[in-house]
Design a protein around this ligand. Structure first.
Ligand SMILES: Nc1nc2c(c(=O)[nH]1)N[C@H]1C(S)=C(S)[C@@H](COP(=O)(O)OP(=O)(O)OC[C@H]3O[C@@H](n4cnc5c(N)ncnc54)[C@H](O)[C@@H]3O)O[C@H]1N2
Ligand code: MOO
Length: 396
């Protein structure tokens, strides 16, 4: 049997199987969680003019403490207010254009007004320019607001809207088919006679994808452990961007996914990675479809989805940084040495530290669901002690 391939090599080989999907324009509300297909530049300047940041009076700073004569009013959205002559002030509201000649805003809490006579009744603006947002202070036409390959976040949606955009160039949504394999499986929620088991992998994967980016996810259900049935179910997914299978990936006589993929025309790029859990993962292509065969054990499927499927989705979506970045944390408990596989232990925080949860079994869903992070252990690592720094990937 071929050697296990290193995790980072397998991840790179998976991404090399595909290129970012074609570009489309998405309405702002539909762009969240996708990645900019090109640099998105401002098509207007913000603010468009010098604007007041407070409700009060536009004055000349040098004329403090007044008095001034209030000669007009400037409200948000109103046209330009009359220019100030000496010792004149204009009543002004937040977001309104500052009249020519004014160079500071006196907030109304620090002003006293009788009729059109205005005087200082507090500290007044501390300097020239106080409470004025300068034209172009946020950005100007032509500035890059969102660089190509950056994630579209809620703040970036607001920025792009302010920059003049109602739609954004992103990559089209990936079409992803999920196929679960196993004679023992029944759909979630169905009766479980005897040793039948609810299929949890497809709902879990659909939820992981939904938390990542908008995608078109098709649950193709459960196929029995049968070569012909598995081959036919795989062939029926032609046309999707990614086919994810779970189960049937290992070496047992009833593990049919690899032969079924090959019978359906797949070229397998790799199978079996130096990873725990998740060793039997495989990847390849059938035509334009990238196939990812995940192990059936639910925790193994979770970990491999995090390490392979989500980065692949980001890559097809045009992300600049498709892989999660692990961050350091100190251990609260000792860890044993690792063998030839990298390990992703399920961990819980203890204050500012992390410790492995009690069960590291790759079928232990209750332990996974209480975990807050995966503790990353490289292959051939020596034992680690409380206080040692390890790398973690948050999962909750
Ligand atoms: N002799 C060996 N046996 C196994 C090896 C090995 O190297 N030599 N590898 C083990 C490892 S590691 C893993 S991981 C599993 C992976 O097995 P498969 O991908 O072939 O998965 P199955 O055998 O089909 O199922 C494993 C386990 O997971 C349950 N399962 C499957 N699908 C689902 C689903 N959709 N929802 C919930 N649970 C599911 C299934 O009932 C099994 O209990 O192989 C080891 N064996
Ligand atoms: O890789 Mo298996 O996922 O060790 O249980």
């Amino acid at each position: 049997m071929a050697d296990l391939i290193p995790l980072s090599e397998a991840q790179a080989r998976l991404l090399a199987l595909g290129v970012p999907l074609p570009e489309e324009n998405a309405a702002l509300a539909d762009a969240l969680g996708r990645w900019a297909a090109r640099d998105i530049k401002a098509i207007r300047t913000q603010p468009a003019a010098d604007l007041s940041a407070m409700d009060g009076y536009a004055i000349r700073f040098a004329e403090m403490p007044g008095p001034w004569r209030v000669v007009g009013e400037s409200a948000a959205g109103s046209g330009s207010a009359p220019a100030l002559a000496p010792h004149e002030a204009v009543r002004i509201f937040t977001g309104a254009p500052v009249p020519a000649g004014a160079d500071a805003i006196l907030v109304q809490e620090e002003a006293a007004r009788e009729g059109d006579r205005l005087v200082l009744a507090g500290g007044g603006p501390p300097r020239v320019g106080a409470h004025i947002r300068r034209a172009g202070g946020d950005f100007t036409t032509g500035d890059t607001l969102i660089p190509a390959a950056a994630r579209i976040t809620p703040a970036r949606i607001a920025l792009a809207a302010t920059g003049g955009h109602g739609a954004l160039p992103v990559r089209r949504r990936p079409r992803i088919a999920l196929l679960s394999t196993g004679d023992e499986l029944v759909p979630a929620g169905a009766a479980t006679p005897g040793v039948c088991l609810p299929s949890s992998n497809a709902p879990m994967l659909a939820a992981m994808i939904a938390g990542e980016t908008p995608a078109i996810v098709e649950d193709r259900g459960i196929v029995p452990d049968d070569l012909a049935a598995t081959t036919a179910a795989i062939a029926a997914t032609a046309g999707v961007d990614i086919l994810v299978t779970t189960g049937g990936a290992s070496v047992g006589d009833r593990d049919f996914v690899r032969p079924a993929l090959e019978a359906a025309g797949a070229a397998i790029d790799f199978w079996r990675v130096a990873l725990k859990p998740g060793k039997p993962i495989m990847a390849g292509r059938i035509g334009d479809t990238i196939v990812l065969g995940l192990p059936g054990n639910p925790v193994s499927a979770f970990v491999t989805a995090r390490l392979f499927l989500l980065p692949l989705i980001r890559h097809l979506g045009g992300a600049g940084t498709p892989f999660d970045r692990a961050r350091p944390m100190r251990l609260a408990a000792p860890l044993p040495a690792t063998g030839k596989r990298a390990e992703y232990l399920r961990g819980q925080r203890v204050g500012a530290r992390i410790r492995p949860v009690g069960s590291q079994d790759s079928a232990a869903l209750a332990a996974l669901a209480t975990s807050e992070a995966l503790i990353v252990r490289p292959p051939h690592a020596p034992p680690a002690q409380p206080g040692d720094v390890v790398m973690i990937l948050p999962i909750a």
